[in-house]
Write a protein that binds this ligand. Structure first.
Ligand code: ADP
Length: 391
């Protein structure tokens, strides 16, 4: 059975078509600048990479271009071969603790939650509606980034704020990257050969979050109402004293929108290094003795270690720490720095094993009290698996 996994942004569409249950990728690609001039797409099919510049005025055009490629490359005999389409949705609020088949009620809830994810949820709705037009016979499903975190206990998702903010405005911790944390936790349990585990999963890419997972269920996570909580990220500040916001707004006369832009797009590694949001540039800066980059890395690592220590205590122990996403999978130095800071918990680095990029591997020493793994994430595959089950 063929299942299409879709991640729609406001001007982009990422897709991957699977043969299920074999989990074989038949075609994958990214369409960019949808609705903007000079739109183009890149696809991988039959071992080939293709780039085409075509006019994509909207997401329906993007799906139609995909259909054309499917036909021209003989990936499907008929469009009806695609039985399910799974859409990634960032915010499911507390309505959804698992993936669901789309109906009118689901769509209206995703739209209602747009105020919590203004950049993402509306784009997903556009993608869903376009897919329904182009693939009318496929079952459409949604996979929520927040769903995995819905098992958090109340003491971990509530803020110490007036309770009416929670009941009236839905202010609480939702977390994000849930699909990735779930994938990595499942894979770690497979590696460990059991499910009664205490895991700390670190999704550290441009966006970054840490989760505590007990027996396969999330009990805590570092992102909050929005993704701008917890870790220092590429351009996000993560945890700060909340009072900084009104203080600086008053000083600078910035509007909520302007300050939001600063804390989301001009902070984090970019602000600290005064150079770049990309950890590759930070590493290069460190090797050249750049003091700002050295400080940025120190603070970046410190925050991750703080969360790992917090979740270690909360779970009363930890069987494995798992690193994933761009930095977690590829930054040998960041993993080394984190693991060194965790020596007090019995973590023991194996420098040779840690010299790995983008491949599943044990990176701690055999006698490390907590096993540390690199587990490359695969959110698209999780979307396809859930959709296959629902179909
Ligand atoms: P996103 O959150 O946008 O999905 P990714 O998970 O792809 O991001 O992570 C992207 C980040 O990973 C880059 O910004 C960079 O900081 C980091 N990264 C990618 N490759 C390397 C590498 N070889 N060494 C160190 N860091 C890397």
């Amino acid at each position: 059975m063929k299942i299409l996994s879709v991640n729609a942004g406001s001007s982009s569409l990422k897709f991957q078509l699977y043969e299920m249950p074999e989990e074989k990728v038949l075609i994958s690609g990214l369409m960019e600048r949808i609705g903007i001039e000079n739109s183009f797409y890149t696809i991988k099919v039959n071992g080939e990479k293709i780039k085409k510049e075509v006019s994509l005025n909207n997401h329906e055009d993007a799906f139609k271009a995909l259909v054309k490629e499917l036909e021209e490359n003989n990936v499907v005999d008929s469009l009806d071969d695609i039985k399910g389409i799974g859409h990634r949705v960032v915010q499911g609020g507390d309505y959804f603790d698992k993936s669901v088949v789309i109906d009118d009620e689901v769509l209206s809830k995703i739209t209602e939650l747009s105020s919590l994810a203004p950049l993402h949820n509306p784009a997903a709705v556009i993608g869903i509606k376009a897919a329904e037009e182009v693939f009318p016979n496929a079952v459409q499903t949604v996979v929520f980034d927040t769903a995995f975190h819905q098992t958090m206990p109340k003491e971990n998702y509530l803020y110490a704020l007036p309770y009416s903010w929670y009941t009236d405005y839905k202010v609480r911790r939702y977390g994000a990257h849930g699909t990735s944390h779930k994938y990595v936790a499942q894979r770690a349990n497979e590696i460990l050969g059991r499910t009664d585990t205490k895991l700390i999963t670190c999704h550290i890419g441009n966006g970054a979050s840490v989760s505590a997972v007990v027996n396969g269920k999330c009990v805590n996570t570092s992102m909050g109402l929005t993704p701008n909580a917890g870790l220092i990220m590429g351009t996000r500040c993560g945890d700060i004293d909340a009072s900084i916001i009104p203080y600086v707004m008053e000083k600078t006369k910035m509007t909520p929108k302007q300050i939001d832009e600063v804390i989301n797009k001009q902070s984090g590694l970019l602000a600290l290094s005064k150079k770049s949001s990309d950890s590759r540039d930070i590493e290069e800066g460190i090797s050249n003795g750049d003091e700002n980059c050295i400080l940025a890395q120190k603070m970046y690592v410190r925050r991750i270690v703080d969360y790992i220590a917090k979740y270690y205590v909360e779970m009363k122990g930890c069987d494995a720490i798992c690193f994933t996403a761009g930095i977690g999978e590829k930054s040998v130095d960041t993993r080394r720095d984190i693991m060194k800071e965790l020596e007090v918990l019995g973590v023991k680095l194996d420098a040779q094993k840690n010299n790995v990029r983008g491949k599943e591997a044990l990176v701690s020493a055999d006698d490390s009290k907590i096993a540390c793994y690199v587990i490359p994430t695969d959110e698209e595959l999780m979307i396809a698996r859930d959709t296959y089950k629902l179909v």
